[in-house]
Design a binder for this molecule. Structure first.
Ligand code: RP5
Length: 166
C-alpha cells in the first residue's frame, strides 16, 4: 500500500462533524491505510460534492465514507455519483439525536445502496474498520492486521471477564 495515495475518501457535511468522523480516520491510521478527509455538504456545496465523488475512482479511491447529521442525504448523494462502495455514518446533530440522520441514511430506495453504520463515534469507528475489510478482500497483509485486531479485542474481553471474577 502506497503511503501517499489515498485509498479511502472521508466526506463530512460540516466541520462540526469532524469530532465524530475523526474516529474513522484514527482506525484507518491504525491499519496504515492512506485516506483523505474533506468537508463537503450535499445541500450547501452540491457541486463540490459531485466533483469530488465523480473523480474519486480515477484518483485511486476505493471506498468512500460519508458522515452527516440532520436531514443526512450526503451518503445517498455520494452513492448517486459513483460505483464505489459508500459507507454512511449518521451523526447526532439535532434534537432528534441522530435518529433523523440514521433513517435518512438507512432508508435508501432500491438501486442506490449505502452501508449505514451506528449513530456517532461507534459508527465512525466501524466505518473505518468496514473500509479496511473491503480493502482487505484482495490484500492479505491488511487481512492479517484485521485478524490480529479481532484477536486482540477478544483477548481484551477475556481479560476483563477474568477481572470481574476476582
Ligand atoms: C449536516 O447538517 C451536517 O452534516 C451537520 O451534521 C448538520 C449541521 O451542520 P452545521 O449547521 O453544524 O454546519 O449538513
Amino acid at each position: 500500500m502506497s503511503e501517499n495515495k489515498p485509498l479511502v475518501g472521508i466526506l463530512m457535511g460540516s466541520d462540526n462533524d469532524y469530532g465524530v468522523m475523526a474516529e474513522a480516520a484514527k482506525v484507518l491510521k491504525q491499519f496504515g491505510i492512506p485516506f483523505e478527509m474533506i468537508v463537503s455538504s450535499a445541500h450547501r456545496t452540491p457541486e463540490r460534492t459531485a466533483t469530488y465523488v465523480s473523480a474519486a475512482r480515477d484518483n485511486g479511491i476505493k471506498v468512500l465514507i460519508a458522515g452527516a447529521g440532520a436531514a443526512a442525504h450526503l451518503a445517498g448523494v455520494v452513492a448517486a455519483e459513483t460505483t464505489l462502495p459508500v459507507i454512511a455514518v449518521p451523526i447526532d446533530a439535532t434534537s432528534l439525536q441522530g435518529l433523523d440522520a440514521l433513517l435518512a441514511m438507512v432508508q435508501m430506495p432500491a438501486g442506490i445502496p449505502v452501508a449505514t453504520m451506528a449513530i456517532g463515534p461507534a459508527g465512525a469507528r466501524n466505518a473505518g474498520i468496514f473500509a479496511a475489510q473491503i480493502l482487505a478482500t484482495d490484500n492479505i497483509e491488511l487481512a492479517t492486521k484485521l485478524s490480529n485486531f479481532k484477536a486482540e479485542m477478544a483477548a481484551g474481553v477475556i481479560k476483563k471477564s477474568d477481572k470481574v471474577q476476582e
